[in-house]
Design a protein around this ligand. Structure first.
Ligand code: ATP
Length: 243
């Protein structure tokens, strides 16, 4: 279990995370949602140890160190691949460094996305680079796969098909924490939704519970955020008054 307890993170004195408590079990597929600036990326970077923070983050009761960090993988729109390597080179490099690297899955996903194995990654399109990023995170052999807006810039068919493929390939012990703004697209894919707002957990719900009460993810999010349906109209009338 990945356990986050009273996690606080400030940037230049401004709190981005204000005491987050969250537990992620093996095998869960969790959507992480929240407005721009809610703290989703910060949360993931704290889990991965990229940022200093206050509070505790443990993996099966142990602190996350160089010894167990390989159990976590990360796909980010900021990209973590090596731009001057090909997909094939990445496969070799990852196989050498991650004992549980999933070679067969790597080949299958490369084929699924129709990605060239021998082209330098920096020569691929942004969408294709995102795909390489996600493939690497999925093939590292990690137990906890963190994905931060992995498909910003990918076409809708690729995204939808990918979620279906992902559901088919994930093994029972693999956990996915996926941050995205594309609520409706991932609604059928995730089993649990966690909402962040201004650095705090605002909601945490199982999709099955939402379904049973006839609720959609979008309505749950809007309700939790007390979404102001007249926000756009108000802004437009204010802007037109300023003309
Ligand atoms: P988005 O959906 O827009 O990607 P997010 O939920 O991932 O947003 P974060 O990127 O975690 O949000 O940012 C949380 C808060 O921390 C924001 O107020 C942001 O301005 C601030 N922040 C993030 N990174 C930095 C940084 N490197 N320096 C200073 N402030 C930062």
């Amino acid at each position: 279990m990945l356990n986050i307890s009273n996690l606080k993170k400030s940037y230049s004195g401004k709190q981005a995370l204000k005491g987050v408590n969250l537990s992620l079990d093996r095998g869960e597929i969790i959507g992480l949602f929240g407005e721009n600036g809610a703290g989703k990326t910060t949360l993931m970077k704290c889990i991965l140890g990229y940022l200093r923070y206050q509070g505790q983050i443990t993996l099966d009761g142990q602190a996350i160190t160089r010894k167990n960090i390989g159990r976590l993988s990360f796909a980010t729109s900021e990209h973590s691949f090596f731009p001057n390597l090909t997909a094939k080179d990445h496969k070799e490099f990852y196989s050498a460094h991650f004992p549980a690297f999933r070679s067969k899955r790597f080949d299958g996903l490369l084929e699924f996305f129709e990605l060239p194995a021998a082209k330098l990654v920096r020569r691929l399109s942004t969408g294709q680079q995102n795909q390489i990023e996600v493939i690497l995170a999925l093939c590292q052999g990690a137990d906890y796969i963190l994905m931060d807006e992995p498909f910003a810039g990918n076409d809708v068919f690729n995204r939808e098909d990918f979620y279906k493929v992902l559901l088919g390939i994930l093994e029972p012990g693999e956990t996915v924490l996926l941050s995205t703004h594309l609520l409706e697209e991932v609604e059928k894919f995730i089993g649990r939704a966690v909402l962040l707002r201004q650095g705090q957990i605002l909601g945490d719900v199982l999709m099955q519970d939402l379904e049973e009460r006839g609720d959609t993810l979008m309505s749950y999010v809007k309700e939790s955020y007390q979404y102001k349906a007249d926000r756009v109209g108000k802004a437009l009338s204010q802007l037109s008054d300023d003309r």
